[in-house]
Design a protein around this ligand. Structure first.
Ligand code: PGA
Length: 259
């Protein structure tokens, strides 16, 4: 199975989010096989988008959450609040939050443990910046992020975890990684996960690629066995692009079924 996650960031308000959600669902009509699809609108649009996707195969995700259960944390949103809105997935540790808002590896670990404990499916983002890549430190950086984030994590037997490999230099730049490089990093991440979560069963931890995935290049990532899906930013708020990405996943799933 392949998973397509749309990260709508702070790019759309409620009205546009509802329209995008409706358009996405319409595009799925009549399709016999589908990838898993998760859309992550801004917080303020979650409840309206929920009404659109509630009886569909599309899951609802949030873009962030806080690690405490409840209390005096002005402006923060708890996992329970998300669950109450019908949210099943949550993106954590996105590089924009790490870079712009100073989110540390420790905070990401706290958030991840809380999300998993409370039954949300987490989408943990990791990835090196351009400098680190140039200096040959990409693996070290990613290893550190994965190790810190998964420290003390207790995944339930039936609970999935997504790790999105998102090289920072590829995000929003139109300059995606080469699939071959993504594959290499994915298999490295998979080997880390084996050590860090030895009791996780096959397929329980899925690895997504993110960074300038568009309609045109989605197929080249999705066709790789090592790439369980894609996390899409900019192209996920352009309906025609997002539909094309979903179509690529459908082609691949159908091809796999035919084998
Ligand atoms: P992009 O963003 O697809 O616009 O590069 C990906 C992300 O930030 O999740």
């Amino acid at each position: 199975m392949k998973t397509i996650v749309g990260n709508w960031k702070m790019k759309v308000g409620t009205r546009e989010s509802v329209a995008l959600a409706r358009g996405t669902i319409l595009a799925l009509r009549g399709k016999k096989v589908l990838p898993d699809i998760v859309i992550c609108p801004p917080y303020v649009a979650l409840s309206e988008v929920r009404k659109v996707v509630v009886r569909s195969k599309v899951s609802l995700g949030a873009q962030n959450m806080f690690w405490e259960e409840q209390g005096s944390y002005t402006g923060e949103i708890s996992s329970r609040m998300l669950l109450e809105l019908g949210v099943s997935h949550v993106i954590l540790g996105h590089s924009e939050r790490r870079e712009i808002l100073g989110e540390t590896d420790e905070m990401v670990n706290d958030k991840l443990r809380r999300a998993v404990h409370d039954g949300l499916t987490a989408i943990l983002c990791v990835g090196e910046n351009a400098q680190e890549r140039k200096a040959g430190e990409a693996r070290d950086r990613v290893a550190f992020q994965v190790q810190s984030a998964l420290s003390g994590l207790k995944l339930k037997r039936t609970q999935k975890l997504f790790i999105a490999y998102e090289p920072i230099w590829a995000i929003g730049t139109g300059d995606s990684a080469f699939p071959v490089d993504a594959v290499e990093m994915h298999s490295f991440i998979r080997s880390l996960v084996k050590d860090l979560l030895p009791s996780a069963n096959a397929g329980q931890v899925q690895i997504l690629y993110g960074g300038s995935v568009e309609g045109e290049n989605a197929y080249s990532f999705l066709r790789e066995d090592e790439i369980d899906g894609v996390l899409v930013g900019g192209a996920s708020v352009k309906l025609s692009q997002f539909k094309e990405i979903i179509s690529s996943a459908i082609d691949i799933i159908e091809g796999q079924m035919g084998n």
